[in-house]
Structure formats: C-alpha cells, structure tokens
Design a binder for this molecule. Structure first.
Ligand SMILES: [Ca+2]
Length: 155
C-alpha cells in the first residue's frame, strides 16, 4: 500500500504504481527555483489532468475559476456556480456513489482508486511515487460550463 501524508489529511492510497519520471510536472525559472505549471480544466472535460509525483515530493495546488452543471436548474444546493471547493451540501454527495462522498463539482484528486478533495488550495507530501489525476467531481460533464485554472507545483 502507498501512503499519502499531509498536514491536514491522511489518505491511504491503493497499490503503489511504479516510479515514474516527473520531468513534465515542474519547470524551472532559470534560477533553479521550481515554478508552477498552470493547467486549464474545462468542466466539460471528462478526462483527468495527470500529475506525476515522485516519492517524497510535495505537491502544492491552487485553483481559481468557477464551474457549474446547470445554473438555472431546480436542484437546490447542486445547480449553482461554485469554486473548486465544490458544493458539499448538494444531495448528490450522499445519494450518488459517483460523487465519492466529496463536494459536487469540486476539483478532486484520484490516486489509484482513492478520491480526495483538492479544492482551491492543496498541499500534500507524497511518500510514494504515484500518478495524481485531477478531475471535476461530476459524472456527466457534457452539460457543464466554466473552467478551473489549476496551478500545480511539484517539488
Ligand atoms: Ca454535469
């Protein structure tokens, strides 16, 4: 089992993946300081943004932007614009297994089969190498609107 540790959360991940290269996750500003890589994630995008993490690396993520699934819809607490922290009071959080018990429309992370909130601010050190997938927490993406701008620093 691989193990993720964080100041605020402790998440057990599934079986560890093999060590992966991480050259595509962090760039340098020329002074040797790592600089964040910025990704745009439209809420219509079903596929994850993959982030490669080597053992012992710290991952800092900040997310801006707003998304929605149906801002004029009738579902109270769900059919709203939201930032990357999502909609924790939305009924789907408890009624739909596809929500993984996490806020609807939030930016979430997936490592193997484990899902967790990334939200507007995330800071975690990964004990083991893994691929961290970033997703909008929804299961019908085609009807969505808005975009998250995700700044990822792996170092
Ligand atoms: Ca949707």
């Amino acid at each position: 089992m691989s193990r993720l540790s964080s100041v605020s959360v402790l998440i057990l991940a599934g079986a560890a993946l093999g060590a992966l290269a991480c050259s595509n996750t962090t760039s340098s500003n020329g002074n040797g300081q790592p600089t964040p890589v910025v990704h745009e994630l439209p809420a219509t995008q079903e596929t994850a943004i993959p982030v490669t993490v080597a053992a012992g690396q710290r991952v800092e993520i900040t997310t801006a932007g707003q998304v929605n699934t149906n801002p004029d819809g009738p579902v109270e607490g769900c059919d709203l614009w939201t930032d990357a922290d999502g909609l924790p009071s939305c009924v789907y959080v408890t009624s739909s297994p596809e929500c993984h018990g996490l806020p609807f429309m939030a930016l979430i992370g997936r490592v193997d089969a484990d899902y967790f909130l990334v939200g507007t601010a995330f800071d975690s050190t990964f004990a083991d190498a893994c691929q961290l997938d970033l997703l909008v927490n929804d299961w019908v993406h085609a009807d969505n609107d808005g975009t998250f701008t995700i700044s990822v620093l792996v170092h």
